[in-house]
Design a protein around this ligand. Sequence first.
Ligand SMILES: [Zn+2]
Ligand SMILES: [Zn+2]
Length: 474
Amino acid sequence: MRVWGFGGVGEVGGNKFYIEARGEGLFIDFGISYAYRRRYFGFFLRPKKFSLLATLIASGSIPLIRNLYDRELFDPTGLTSEVLHKAPELNVQGIVVSHPHTDHIGHVSLLRKDIPVYLGVGSYEIARTRELTKPAKTIEDKIFVDGDRLVHLFRTGSKVRIGSFEVVPIHVDHSVPGSYGLIVHSPEGSVAYSGDLRLHGPKSVFTEEFAETIASQGVDVVMLEGTRISEEDQTTEADVEKSLINKIVERRGLVAVLTGLLDYDRFRSIVSASEAAGRTALVSPRMAMMLNTFRNLGVMPEDLLPGKGKVEVLVERKGSGLLDRQDYHGWEREYLERLLDKGLPLLTDLDVAAYQNKYTVVLNSPDDVLDLLLMRPVEDSLFIYSTSEPHNEEQEIDRERIDNWLSILGMKSAQVHASGHACREELEHIIRMARPKRVIPIHTEAPGLFQPVLSRAAPGSTLINLHPKTPTAI
Ligand SMILES: [Zn+2]
Ligand SMILES: [Zn+2]
């Protein structure tokens, strides 16, 4: 068996692994590399639409493989064909996606539509809802919405046949529902792939199940994510809920919380804390659509849907600022019309301004900070960052801008967060349970830090460091 790390080696995210046995292969994840994006592109420095593929290949952001990409994305001047002309071909039987974060699934958007994509039911539905509701979609945002991609859905424990491979997905705990670790059996051996995982969330037992399966099936090689191999912080989602309650209860002013659109566990913590403080959580129509998806997937109880007492929809005033139907388009207009048909009130920033201690405003993007201006926060208002600390320049700039607005608005800020990734001690625990003979660090900037962890957790086992873009025998 051989494995290529076309992305996700020495970087957090951008996972694109190709596993090959007897001349056939599978891609495991095909995500967007944000490290490459930062290195070569910026706000105004972006690939042109007609030459996106050629530009991404030239920058090394995606692999130089001849028979992988959608011909409709080849540029009309022939640069893509020229670049790919002498590139190697791979005998790709399919792409298996571990979970719906864009650093794992995003660049599936560039691939030939007849290459089958295998993913969990939850991953698929969540990715589709995110895609459908995303404003200003680019080529890289369109994976499934056109409906012409070959898709095969799986659930935990499924045995998925792909060419001469058998893939067994096992659910894991991460910051989005529908996340899987994968066990890949090939005619030349087996390998386990962690995807992204943690042991400190509400579904930690899922991650333990994955590690136990690796041990019980005797899988020797584990590709293990190490995003937080250098960190010891073990803040749990339960700690987050307690801390949110402390911060929100008895606050007299506005409370706004910035969190990820897909992070269901965090949403639940925010609603619980709001409830404890006698507040109703307000979500955008986009988040409300995502909540419908969570509900349909069976991961969320019905009482967390808008209109059931704990959560309501906050409509952003657009265009004229007068809630005119003409100001809304597509899915959003349909959604708002459905609310109006049901006779539900449309809450806006004006309602929040009038009753500041009645609501918790849930925001999903740093750009939403401007909405707070119209909510006219009074004294004792709080903005809670419930996302990871900024870990690159762009995120630092985003945070600085929010802080600047908060000081104009006179709002205090706080950070309340638990990571979607296992810390060092959790990784050690996972290795101890899985008992692999070899470990391949992935999704980490510090693969070297695995060695002492491995020596403690599985003495005698070896560390394999992949070289980016060239095959390693495993
Ligand atoms: Zn990731
Ligand atoms: Zn992830």
